[in-house]
Design a protein around this ligand. Structure first.
Ligand code: NDP
Length: 248
């Protein structure tokens, strides 16, 4: 089977670490052209250089996904440089877990801004191009926490449930334009995600748990590659994956 990844132009948000970085490397090795977005410009520039040195094509554009114009600029730059956009992986996210009664209200706002509005900004930026092309794939990172709520995850889970809801609505709406939509729901993966948890107890509990059961971000990269690699008439709409040892 043709991989259906080679030469595709793939925009990835949250490409400076963890699962976004792993996806960028893997898809590049499979022949995709990668446009890397994140706030830490030096990290994505280094990754773009690494991809280029390995014979791949990559472009790094600093972006804060909460800023609609910046996300539009990221996608516009991809099209300007490479002529089209085939896939956006709306993957940037934050997870400052806490119980609601500790009232970390600023963190609630930030999660809503990055995890929900960031994804919406990505969708808004690519839709005009993909409608015009009559092809494209929008992949949004949700979570097992987008299916289940656990101690300290109320607001984070709410944002990840929202990602599933809006992607399912989008799936139905974009049928006339031959656009595919995919929700990816990872379980515990070892990344930098826990570093923003400010509640000491919640962070400790999560570090212990992810430390014990967490798997490599390469798992995510392979799942994303699977969804993209399907023939154009096959739309992989949702994938949940977990460490084999994860009970939740
Ligand atoms: P990381 O913390 O390693 O990566 C998060 C990425 O998001 C970074 O590249 C970061 O880049 C980017 N990011 C955060 N805020 C913004 C912003 N405002 N604008 C642009 N980019 C931003 O964690 P993961 O790789 O684990 O997270 C990736 C996704 O996976 C997230 O959506 C997360 O919720 C989800 N997820 C993670 C799981 C896990 O166990 N690790 C499980 C299930 C889902 P920068 O700081 O440079 O901007």
């Amino acid at each position: 089977m043709e991989s259906n990844i080679k030469d595709k132009v793939v925009v990835i948000t949250g490409a400076s670490s963890g699962m976004g970085e792993a996806a960028a490397k893997h898809l590049s090795a499979l022949g995709a052209t990668i446009v890397l977005g994140a706030r830490r410009a030096e990290r994505i520039e280094k990754l773009a250089k690494e991809i280029q040195e390995n014979g791949g094509k990559a472009l790094a554009i600093a972006v804060d996904v909460t800023q609609r114009e910046q996300v539009k600029n990221l996608v516009d730059a991809a099209v300007e440089q490479f002529g089209r956009i085939d896939v956006i992986l709306n993957n940037a996210g934050i997870m400052p877990l806490s119980t609601m009664d500790s009232l970390h209200v600023d963190e609630w706002d930030k999660m809503i801004d990055v995890n929900i509005k960031g994804v919406l900004n990505g969708i808004a930026a690519v839709l005009p191009y993909m409608k015009e092309q009559k092809s494209g794939q929008i992949i949004n990172t949700s979570s097992v926490a987008g299916h289940k709520v656990f101690n300290g995850s109320a607001v984070y889970s709410a944002t990840k449930y929202a990602v599933r809801a809006l992607t399912e609505g989008l799936r139905m709406e974009v049928k006339p334009y031959n656009i595919r939509t995919t929700i990816v729901c990872p379980g515990a993966v070892k990344t930098e995600l826990l570093e923003q948890i400010t509640d000491v107890e919640v962070r400790k509990a999560n570090e212990e748990y992810v430390g014990a059961v967490g798997i490599s971000p390469d798992s995510f990269a392979r799942v994303v590659a699977f969804a993209i690699s399907q023939p154009e008439d096959v739309d992989i709409n949702e994938i949940i994956f977990r460490p084999t040892s994860q009970e939740l």
